[in-house]
Design a protein around this ligand. Structure first.
Ligand code: CA
Length: 371
């Protein structure tokens, strides 16, 4: 039996933030979410650097892939430090990383740091594969809080371990055996920050017919709940390629053979922090925020016509009973047929005002209340 991913990724800036510091990646053998933090564009930069570091390992032909993936995460931490040394204004940036690699045909190797999460839905039951590196989770581990109390704790977003360049940041590394029919979700804490609970996640994964539908529904749920945070969902359905009845080549096309990159990793100009001009630039598609990606033949790029505010407002008004209305206001990126799963560098730069809205924010240091 050879297992494969059918995959999709979605992200949204949410209803409060100016920019999207999350990055998501979905490919034939690798799934990842990185949730950046730090002032100005630094959070975007940290998560983009980290996705850049791991994505070369989206391959079935690696020896010891889990070690390679963790070494890539450690190298990302070094690259973040190098950027901070180049420009001290970037100090305070950091990122979570939750990444999983499919290897040996049916194993999932996980590398994890921070408070992004990997979930497994198996036979309709949801389990969290990762352990949050947060203050409240450490209280739960010590028996001082119940998991239910932790969910509503005012300091639930206080993160205690992250890739920030400075700290020796030990990664959690684990491997699980996958089964055909499993579903995987990798998500940023934006889902939890919008009060999307495990039962709602399980329901969305159980009811979705495709990973794209599941990722979209989860992001919609967060927006309807008034998501204050960036929210990113990477979803994969685990399929047995033998069940597809297709040649390996056709199976690859059916399942998706091109990676999908969303959020900061698809948008931020890695060299865009120009110290001389004291200005941040991005090559993002304008103020667009509803990035999307899907796998397979319907693969599309990031939408440059999405207006998240309108979409979210409409979705909000539509409520649970108004699926159709929400559908109408969904950015049309799924139908636009733009080529390139890694699109996102096609748009106009953000306005100067937009750039400096970001600069006006204080640096958000981890430990001081990561949002
Ligand atoms: Ca977040």
């Amino acid at each position: 039996m050879t297992l494969a991913f059918r995959y999709a990724a979605r992200t949204d800036v949410g209803l409060v933030r100016d920019g999207n510091e999350d990055s998501g990646y979905a490919g034939p053998h690798l799934l990842a979410v990185a949730d950046g933090m730090g002032g100005a564009v630094a959070g975007e930069l940290a998560s983009a650097i980290t996705i850049d570091a791991i994505r070369p390992f989206d391959s079935a032909d690696l020896t010891d892939p889990v070690t390679k993936l963790s070494q890539a995460a450690t190298s990302a931490n070094g690259k973040i430090l190098a950027r901070i040394k180049d420009d001290p204004r970037l100090d305070g940036m950091g990122t979570t990383l939750t990444a999983g690699i499919l290897h040996e045909e049916r194993r999932l190797g996980l590398v994890h740091i921070g408070d992004s999460r990997a979930y497994l839905l198996r036979a309709g039951e949801l389990s969290q594969l990762t352990h949050d590196h947060t203050f409240v989770q450490s209280l739960v581990d010590e028996g001082k809080l119940t998991p239910q109390q932790a969910e509503h704790h005012p300091h639930r977003s206080l993160i205690i371990r992250v890739l920030d360049g400075h700290h020796d940041a030990p990664l959690d590394v684990m491997t699980i055996e996958l089964e055909a029919g499993d579903w995987l979700l990798f998500c940023s804490d934006g889902l939890g920050n919008a009060d999307i609970r495990d039962s709602m996640i399980a329901e969305a994964l159980r009811e979705a017919t495709t990973p794209e539908a599941a990722a979209l529904e989860l992001v919609r749920k967060a927006l309807r709940a008034g998501s204050p945070d960036n929210v990113t969902c990477v979803v994969a359905e685990v399929v047995d390629t033998a069940d597809l009845g297709l040649s390996p080549e056709r199976a690859a096309v059916f399942l998706g053979d091109q990676p999908v990159v969303v959020g900061a990793a698809a948008e931020v100009d890695r060299d865009g922090f120009n110290a001389d001009a004291d200005e941040l630039t991005t090559s993002a598609a304008g103020e667009s925020t509803t990035d999307s990606g899907s796998s397979g033949a319907a693969k599309t790029g990031e939408g440059d016509d999405g207006d998240t505010g309108q979409a979210a407002d409409a979705a909000d008004q539509a409520g649970d009973a108004g699926e159709d209305e929400a559908d109408k206001t969904e950015p049309d990126d799924q139908k636009s047929g733009k080529a390139g799963a890694e699109a996102g560098n096609t748009g106009k730069p953000r306005s100067r005002a937009a750039k400096f809205r970001g600069l006006a924010r204080p640096l958000r240091r981890f430990g001081a209340g990561k949002r």
